[in-house]
Unconditional design. Structure first.
Length: 125
């Protein structure tokens, strides 16, 4: 049987801190608990992280750049820890799909341009 560890929607931020060691310990405890179940659930052979590792920063928030850097630093350390503990450091078995909170909307909106409605192409409504 192939086993996958699925992690999603952590939404971690400075306002609601949960340290990496506590998260990894909780994941390991869950794996230990499920190892004794019937049917047997083996230790994960792959990890899928499906979005929202961080909370992100509000649009126009003061110091949003440093906030995003800080949140991604903690998230990166977490991913490194789970990769080491569960996959023996094999990053090829870690799949990450970013969520909407993982996007830097300040940067995204800064790169966009508002197009007046009268300039829309005729095939766009």
């Amino acid at each position: 049987m192939f086993s996958i560890l699925h992690i999603s929607d952590l939404h971690r931020s400075r306002d609601e801190p949960v340290d990496n060691d506590s998260l990894v310990a909780a994941l390991l405890a869950d794996c230990d608990r499920y190892a004794g179940e019937t049917p047997f659930v083996p230790f994960p052979e792959a990890i899928i992280v499906s979005g929202d590792l961080i909370q992100g920063a509000s649009i126009g928030a003061p110091d949003w750049q440093n906030e995003m850097i800080a949140q991604y630093s903690v998230a990166g350390e977490f991913l490194e820890q789970v990769t080491q503990r569960f996959l023996n450091g094999d990053r090829s078995k870690l799949i990450i799909v970013p969520g909407n909170h993982d996007v830097c909307w300040n940067t995204s909106f800064a790169s966009m341009e508002l197009v007046p409605k009268d300039k829309y192409p005729k095939n766009v409504r």
